[in-house]
Design a protein around this ligand. Structure first.
Ligand code: SF4
Length: 224
């Protein structure tokens, strides 16, 4: 398995740190804070058609390795971590491109099932990967890409300040929620809950209440 820095142009290996949260928690949190807590606090998981499609799509990138074609090094299943965001995880694909000065620069590509979505959860996950790579390679990244299984196409994602600020906020909120160790109430939304693999465990129709997840989290943090 390649480690950060092996033949990729100067990455710095990281010591494991105990209070890092999984990078995937950011995507789960932005999609639904309750889903994030069910997975990362209560350790629940259930598969549906969407998660099965995602798992199959990721099989192509789940094997750690490196290959080089047409001047681009492609690293799969690369361990990454960010001290600034306090997250760690595995990047599906990191391409290494040479810049004009001959330095290898990372370009993250995250694989997703389906097609581009209305929410920004996929972009936030990609941005967190990019911010981790920036720390590891001491480089500034301006763009990454999302590859969608349904369209078999890449969508370029600009790593602008708005997306970086959203990513940092989501990382803070997800970490606070996981540290609080409690699960927000269910808030039923037809489109979102209909696509959620945890719907049978969550039971949002039965449990939906008038309180918002944000208000619940604020109260938990204030009381902790
Ligand atoms: S079923 Fe709905 S409320 Fe429950 S975790 Fe999934 S998206 Fe969130």
């Amino acid at each position: 398995m390649p480690t950060p820095g092996q033949g990729t142009g100067g990455a710095t290996a990281r010591e494991p740190e105990p209070d890092l949260i999984p990078l995937s928690a950011l995507q789960h949190y932005l999609f639904c804070p309750r889903q994030c807590a069910l997975i990362h606090v209560e350790q629940l998981w259930s598969e549906n058609r969407f998660t099965a499609e995602g798992r199959l799509l990721h099989e192509a990138t789940a094997q750690a390795g490196t290959e080089q074609r047409r001047g681009v090094r492609t690293i799969t299943a690369m361990p990454i971590a960010s001290r600034a965001l306090r997250v760690s995880g595995i990047a599906d694909v990191v391409e290494m491109h040479k810049d004009a000065a001959g330095r290898w620069r990372p370009f993250p590509v995250e694989y997703k099932r389906g097609k581009p979505k209305a929410h920004r959860a996929d972009e936030v996950q990609l941005c967190a990967q990019a911010m981790a790579l920036e720390e590891m390679f001491a480089a500034e990244l301006t763009e990454g890409a999302l590859f969608y299984g349904a369209t078999r196409r890449r969508v370029g994602v600009a790593l602008d300040q708005e997306l970086r600020a959203l990513t940092a906020r989501v990382a803070d909120e997800a970490r606070a929620m996981i540290a609080a160790g409690a699960t927000p109430p269910a808030v039923y939304e037809k489109r979102k809950c209909g696509a959620c693999s945890l719907v049978d465990l969550c039971r949002p129709r039965q449990l939906s209440g008038p309180r918002s997840a944000a208000a619940w989290l604020s109260r938990c943090i204030a009381e902790s």
